[in-house]
Ligand binder design. Sequence first.
Ligand code: ATP
Ligand code: MG
Length: 668
Amino acid sequence: EQTGSDDLLGSLNPGQREAVVTGASHNLVLAGAGTGKTTTIVARIRHLIRQGTAPNRILAITFTRRAAAEIRSRVQTESRAMEGVGAMTFHAWAMREVRANPDVFGYEGWSVLDADDQAQVMRGVLGRGKRVEGLKASQIIDVVSFARNTRVTLADAIRAKFPDQTIDPKAIGAVVRAYEERKKERRYLNYDDLLLIFAARLADPQVAAWVGSHYDEILIDEMQDTNPLQWTIIDPLVPHTRFYCVGDDAQSIYGFRGADFASIHPFSERVPGARVMRLEDNYRSTQEILNLSNWLLSASPLEYGKHLRAVRGSGAKPELHSFETPQDEAGWIAGELRRAHEDGLPWNTHLILVRSNYSGRAIESLLIENDIPYVFFGGTKLLESAHVRDVLSALRVVANPDDEVAWLRLLTLVPRVGDRTAVRAFDALLAAREQGASARDARASALVSMPEWLRAGLDAIEDAANRVDDAVGRAAAMLTPVLATKYRNENWDARQRDLVHVERLAASRRSILEFIEEYLLSPVFTSELTAAPKDDDHVVLSTVHSAKGLEADWAFCAGVSPGAYPSSRALGDADAVEEERRVLYVALTRARDRLCVTRALFHTPVRAWVGGPYAMDVLEDAYFLSTLPEGLVAETVHVPQRAPRPGPPPGLAAPPEIDLGVDLGDLE
Ligand code: ATP
Ligand code: MG
């Protein structure tokens, strides 16, 4: 046993070892990228279990579902004794607690809505005009969410999000109140509600003591992105369990969700008795890559005080490649990957980082063209694709008969049923429910004018409700004929395969609502499933926001152009510009050996906006790389080769007038 423990700690450096065996009740490891924060969390969990802590008394909170799975698998490599550690996101945790304990939290049989569904409900509230004070449904939803996550009033959130618009907060307030009313009637919750419910009940000291008593230690990775609402979950638990948090203030990139990079600084005041530890040695990258990353932070007016040192020593300089167009840029990246593969490097050596889903599509199409296997993190989410939502709508109406969004989606799948008919059927159903009819009877009376397969299908799903995968299978079977028609020209074969994946995902779930929510809350990406086996060799294409914690031998940071870093949308807002800097910092620090920063200097989408809000020189002045010192990168400018064409021969006579009339010949 003792030797095992030595193995566990043997590979760590003294600072990391100290961080793993710390005896303080609360700990914060505050350290830069690649210094082994996540490694330390994994070692700490294994250490606790070795010391006799039961795995299910340890909870690891991560930012994504993928990171949670990663921690679970790294903890378990050792032995089965390590199984049973809880690893999940904040949302998933709140959802589990709320679902599992209706007596404590008071919510049973409510549906959780994702962003799309919420906008749908909001549009219903907005009515014909679809806007209030110029804001559309999704913008109102966003600002409400921002207010709740940052714990400010709606009025303040509106002023913060739309500083130069004259918006009457009262008008928005009225709409939001009506929307909340509608949610309550239909028994809807959104992600924020789950956190709020959890936090609100934890304010009761008895509940806090009870929840806290389930855990010996709660470990949080990526602590810098914890927002004020999540802090209200942590605060009341501090007296009842230990907290072990790791983070990097310079990697805080979720400000739009309410995270505040500075909130990690007063940690030891907020968590009394906390010990703060720092790690300085970076194990991931070569010194040249870190020099560029260090420079980026040192150019900030904020003092991050980060100076990463490479344990691995010196390597190649980061490369900066400039192209004319994003297509040229994407084409070059694909070419580099192909060449490397021909030289024997596996595809999974590479990570391509993009700013947004949208910019990822351009690269994606070149990967496809070049036959390069890839997965796209941050791409379409499985449960957000239309056909999967269609199938889930059938499950949702069974699980929550008041779910209007799901009913309308389901009913309008029926041939020749339009919005109006669907609303009428739903109203009939509600009326029957109000008179005390059971869900099944209410359905029967509301669906009399609908095809018989629908009522029978829903009854079959209800009968299978405690075998969730079976229920998914029945819903898919019921809807397959209509979906095959609906998606006839849109990849129906691939979509059908997705449905099989959904069925498989549902297999271990206890209830339909739990299943839907768990996957909505920490989305599964289509790519993660369709890419099949985990050890499949492929390139990872990822948005920077989805790349937290990832690393690769080669990293390509694409689209690092003026107007993109910082995004032109951030200009004029110093905090937003700094967040943009941190996004770039996260991107640059993913590379182990080779870092390629690429950019398109002409014809970028940004160029096309110029003449819009900002002139090019403004974007260039703000551009982080415009002050790049000599010598930090190796720069290559890729100018397309064009053979020169001679001009017209000198001394050519002026063009004569050319008669364009038609010679009518005989007709004259
Ligand atoms: P990020 O800030 O990007 O999340 P991190 O601080 O969580 O990074 P890790 O991902 O834990 O860093 O570690 C970065 C890399 O360094 C990993 O490949 C890890 O295996 C390696 N590493 C960490 N500590 C050591 C060590 N003591 N010896 C050798 N390699 C190490
Ligand atoms: Mg990490």
